[in-house]
Each structure stands twice: as structure tokens, then as C-alpha cells.
Ligand binder design. Structure first.
Ligand code: URA
Length: 425
């Protein structure tokens, strides 16, 4: 076989055989198919798509390019969760201990942030001492002992995704359904959990910009999971505005702690409880929303989170430390009314420029910086009222504040917001 023939076949919109997909992916991981041919292939997929069978072959071939975790030593139904990416997405920090507080084992591998999106692993690393790299044995032992572990994606899993994701990132081929579905599901399948909750974000700050595409991506991934015997449910969630009130690593840890103590904003608290209900159901545990919320107010979920931080070498005192950003600048509303738009992408990029995110993989992060919104879409503001705070280690110019204010749209009527748009199972 020749890579050029496979690229051409896909470029012309034809269906590839299982052998062709296997040959290409295995060759790429072995180094015999170079980056430039793989880039051309990814672009051909971007324009021509893939059939369900091709996506399934691609996913399973990718799974085979690395180790597969065997979690069978952990008793009970192990549940995992994955988000397709967002701004201010600190859901795992709350959801994982919340679900674990009901005795359901959560063994989760998370990623780092890139561009306008954040990553759970970066947030956890903002806690002094927290270790994100664990051997398979330590990971399993911790889940056996305390029922919860969140670690970084192991280098040994799905080698094809590590290479391919980095390539897609610099060749404008991330936001395409076959490649997202195979990337996410190969990692979830290799990570070994029995049940998987997928959070498919949609909107301005997500890879899927419209509901129709989000539905196709969700359905594709759910079917991939089910085909290999994993109970899989996807929720389509809104990413037109940042999730919750904060963007930035330390700031998001603090918001997660507030929610874990029942002191968070009602909307994100409700959202996380609804996700927890689905995740618990995936483990055959049926709980009502008030029963789930109680674990936020009675300290059960917080206790689990602290146990995990400690078990992974983190300093629990440092966990509660406020941001050490040198400058905190208040941003006021330039007109009265209701907030109608807080574009997630713009604010994700704004936080990235403050140092909270990476423009390229090698960038260092400033854990202390970011944004805290005191008002969100649908909330009323008065002229001159503070609606956000910018946390920075560099002086903030008036131009930057003005740019921030311009990104916020204020209208005369309140708009309704719903975090969960649809559930696909
Ligand atoms: N998240 C992933 O893990 N892979 C993608 O391709 C996109 C989002």
C-alpha cells in the first residue's frame, strides 16, 4: 500500500477499507508515514468525512496503538466522563468527587488546555504538590482505596491520538466529527471504564458551532462506545458563554470549592447535579437531584475531593489559597439592562493572553490569572456596576478593559439560558 493512494481515495470521497485505515495509522505511529502525508489525509477527512464503519475502524485501530487499562481489579461499575472542550469548564473537579461520594468508583484521565479552552489537569496542577502522573498500579490502587482518581492522559495510551492531535492542532483539522469522535472514544475505550458520560459542547466557544453537528458527534460517539460494550450517554451542553463564573486555573479551583460546599451559583450547581444523576444512573445508582445536592451541602463531595488531593500529593491548605495575582481590576457595565452575550471564545482567548492558557503547547501557564464574572447571561446589570474582575500579573491598560467591555452585549430583555440542551443515549 502507499499513503498517497489512500489520501487520494479519501480526497475523492471514496470509502477506505479497514486494511487501508489500519495500514495508515500504524504506519504513522511507526514513523513510516510522515507528518505531511498524515496532514493531507486529515484535511481530506475534514472535507469528505468518513462513514460510520470507517470511523469505527479508525477508532479501534487507534485504541490498538497503545496500552489498554484493565480496571477489572476495581469492584463495581467504573464510570468515566469526557468533555469535548470549553471555557471555564471545571465540571470534572466537582462531578468526579460528587459521583464518588455515592460509592461509585471514578477513574478518570484528563487533558491539558490549549488555545481558548482549559484543561482539568492544568487546574489540578495549580494545587501545590498535586501529582498528575501515576502508574497504572497506583491509579488503580487509589480508586480501590478512596474511589476516585483524576490523572493526566498516560503517554502509553493511544499513541496515535497524541501524534495526530498535535498535528491536527497546527493544520486546522481539529473541528471535524470523524477525527474528534475517534480521538475522544479511542482514549475512553483504552482507559477501561465500564460506563462513559460524554459532554458534547456546542456554541461559540466549542468545536461544534451548531446543534445539528453536535448531535451527529454525540450520536457517533455514543454508538462507538456501545459497539464495544460500554454504556455510553452524551449530553449536549451550551458553550456560547463561559461555564460558571470563573476562567483560569486557580480561580476555577476556588469556584469548584465553592460549589463543592454548596455555595456556588445556582445554575452551574444544578447543571453538575444533573450530570451526576446521569453518571450515577450509568452505574445503576438512582438518586434524585435533592439527594445529589445534599452531598454538596453536607460536605460529602468536598471530603472526597480533599481525599483525592491528598492521595495525589497535593497540599490541602494550598487548595483553599486565594489567587496571588498582582492586579485585580474591576470591570463595570457601560449601560444598564440584561446581559445577552458573553462570548466564550473571546473570553477564553482573553484569559489565555493573561497567561491562564497556552497559545502553543510549550507555553508556561500563569495559574493565578484569569477572569471572574459576577454576572452571567440573563442577569440584570446597572450602569457602572461591577460585573467582572480581571486577575493579572501585568498591569491592565484601560484599552484592555475597554476591549473586555466591548465583548459583553447588554440588551433590554433577559434571555433564558439552559446548560443541558439535549441528552443522547
Ligand atoms: N477532545 C479530544 O480529546 N479530541 C478532540 O479531537 C477534540 C476534543
Amino acid at each position: 500500500m502507499r499513503a498517497v493512494d489512500i489520501i487520494q481515495k479519501k480526497r475523492d470521497g471514496l470509502e477506505l477499507s479497514s486494511q487501508e485505515i489500519e495500514w495508515l495509522i500504524e504506519g504513522y505511529v511507526a514513523g513510516t508515514v510522515p507528518d505531511y502525508q498524515m496532514s493531507a489525509f486529515a484535511m481530506a477527512v475534514y472535507f469528505k468525512g468518513m462513514t460510520t464503519r470507517e470511523i469505527s475502524d479508525l477508532t479501534m485501530t487507534m485504541v490498538g496503538t497503545g496500552q489498554q487499562f484493565d480496571l477489572s481489579a476495581i469492584s463495581g461499575i467504573k464510570v468515566d466522563k469526557h468533555s469535548t472542550g470549553g471555557v471555564g469548564d471545571k465540571v470534572t473537579l466537582i462531578l468526579a468527587p460528587l459521583v464518588a461520594s455515592f460509592g461509585v468508583p471514578v477513574a478518570k484521565m484528563s487533558g491539558r488546555g490549549l488555545g481558548h479552552t482549559g484543561g482539568t489537569i492544568d487546574k489540578l496542577e495549580s494545587v501545590k504538590g498535586y501529582q498528575v502522573e501515576r502508574s497504572q498500579e497506583d491509579f488503580i490502587k487509589q480508586v480501590q482505596d478512596i474511589g476516585l482518581s483524576v490523572i493526566g492522559q498516560s503517554d502509553k495510551l493511544v499513541k496515535a491520538d497524541k501524534l495526530l492531535y498535535a498535528l491536527r492542532d497546527v493544520t486546522a483539522t481539529v473541528d471535524t466529527i470523524p477525527l474528534i469522535a475517534s480521538s475522544v472514544m479511542s482514549k475512553k475505550i483504552a482507559a477501561g471504564a465500564d460506563s462513559i458520560l460524554l459532554d458534547v459542547t456546542v456554541g461559540e466557544g466549542a468545536f461544534m458551532k451548531n446543534l445539528e453537528d453536535a448531535r451527529i458527534l454525540a450520536r457517533t460517539m455514543v454508538d462507538l462506545g456501545k459497539a464495544v460494550g460500554r454504556r455510553t450517554v452524551a449530553v449536549i451542553t451550551d458553550m456560547s458563554q463561559p461555564l460558571g463564573t470563573s476562567i483560569g486555573n486557580r480561580l476555577e479551583i476556588l469556584e469548584a470549592l465553592d460549589i463543592l460546599q454548596g455555595k456556588g451559583r445556582a445554575d452551574i450547581t444544578e447543571f453538575v447535579c444533573e450530570l451526576a444523576q446521569i453518571m450515577l444512573d450509568l452505574a445503576n445508582v438512582q438518586k434524585t437531584i435533592p439527594e445529589i445536592r445534599e452531598h454538596l451541602t453536607n460536605g460529602a463531595a468536598l471530603k472526597k475531593f480533599e481525599e483525592m488531593i491528598q492521595a495525589q500529593g497535593g497540599d490541602v491548605e494550598d487548595l483553599y489559597r486565594p489567587s496571588k495575582a498582582a492586579y485585580v481590576v474591576e470591570v463595570t457595565a457601560t449601560q444598564a439592562g440584561y446581559i445577552t452575550e458573553l462570548p466564550a471564545m473571546e473570553f477564553g482567548l482573553f484569559a489565555m493572553r493573561l497567561g491562564a492558557g497556552r497559545a502553543v503547547k510549550s507555553d508556561d501557564l500563569d495559574y493565578e490569572t484569569g477572569i471572574v464574572f459576577e454576572k452571567k447571561v440573563g442577569d440584570k446589570v446597572e450602569i457602572g456596576e461591577v460585573f467582572a474582575k480581571i486577575y493579572s500579573n501585568e498591569k491592565i491598560s484601560q484599552e484592555l478593559v475597554t476591549e473586555f467591555q466591548k465583548n459583553v452585549k447588554i440588551g433590554n430583555e433577559s434571555v433564558a439560558v439552559s446548560e443541558i440542551i439535549e441528552v443522547i443515549s
